[in-house]
Write a protein that binds this ligand. Sequence first.
Ligand code: SPV
Ligand code: MG
Length: 436
Amino acid sequence: MTEHRKSVYMSFSTDVIHGGHTSIIQKAAELGELTIGMLTDEVVVSYKRFPVLKYDERVKLIKSIKGVSKVVPQNSLSYAENLRKYMPDFVVHGDNWVKGFQKPIRDEVEQVLLEYGGELIEYPYSNNEDYEQLELSQREQLSMPDARRARLKKLLEMKPLVSVIEAHSGITGLIAEKTTVLIDGETRQFDAMWSSSLCDSTVKGKPDIELLDMSKRFQIIDEIMDVTTKPIIVDADTGGQVEHFVYNIKTLERMGVSAVIIEDKTGLKKNSLFGTDVEQTQDTIENFSEKIRAGKAALKTKDFFLIARIESLILEKGMEDALTRAFAFVEAGANGIMIHSRKKDPNEIFEFCEKFRIKDPSTPLVVVPSSFNTVTEDEFAKRGVNIVIYANQLTRTGFPAMQRAAESILENKRAKEADDMCMSINEILTLIPGEY
Ligand code: SPV
Ligand code: MG
């Protein structure tokens, strides 16, 4: 009787194959028939960085390596689903996950292997400077204008919902870029950043009335771009005068921004969350459509999105008005629609999405749930929303903390009591690349 050939499982996400990969694959293949679980694009985006090669290309790449018998999709960072399905005799991994971010994944692998008597085999991780350099240069590549700009569109094709957080400086950009959580074997990161008129103005101590000129806004965006790789969506208020807007949209596109959102208001813009408490004027459909057409005509690439934001619900003009505008603005060339509301109750947003989707199944829908903040991303996705923007949370959390620290120093005439509120110097240093 011939002995049953053992089966081996490894998980991969990589889009660059180097000697470290081929040597561990070789060792794994010596143990038996090797199946590779290739992480899907959606998983790679949520735990690492945007893959330079798409899933199918990464599969082709790994399949071409000697020793690989089969490649299957792995739909989560967790191995559990695939291990229970394929029940490999061995799981092979580098020993770099014994501690750190991936430890819970490893613990789960051990547990699942115990269920059926599989074995975990770990080889020393190859800490090679050249490989690290390779990864760094991939990241650098992602931050270049052409690569960065095109990625929002790719993310929309790849994920049911794109999650965006506000950033207004280099440091908040880094928080948006790097913050990762691991929950139930699933990692989450933000996909993109929002450059908010409200937050940019607040940081400068100015009201959100289109007072900050675009060159100031460009400077802030440039600062963020300097230290991050993720795509950026820019809040360009009303877009201003058409004659100015056509220049500004071109600048944004050239910088590598992925999308601009302009709102259908005119005159002195006030923040939408004031609603009808202050005087705000909505632009006519004709004028705003003209602005959209002019903006689109100024663009040079197909990657850049001009998204029209509808203020009808904010200004209590009714659902019909909001829908009429949405269809007209898509007709004028808008690549997406942002519908805004300042109600806590999300029903008017849900109703808009449902009615919009009956006639238009594909134009991306964007929401900013500052007020209707009980709704989860999964629920939004079910309702046909494609982009959720957390528009001001990093600003609104940062400033109260600063205020508390300032008060504490005044109260105590020293900084000791404020120390517990502060991030350690060490943490600050490691947040900023090159400082450790
Ligand atoms: C912003 O973030 O500046 C926005 C969203 O435009 S809101 O403040 O809700 O109007
Ligand atoms: Mg704004």
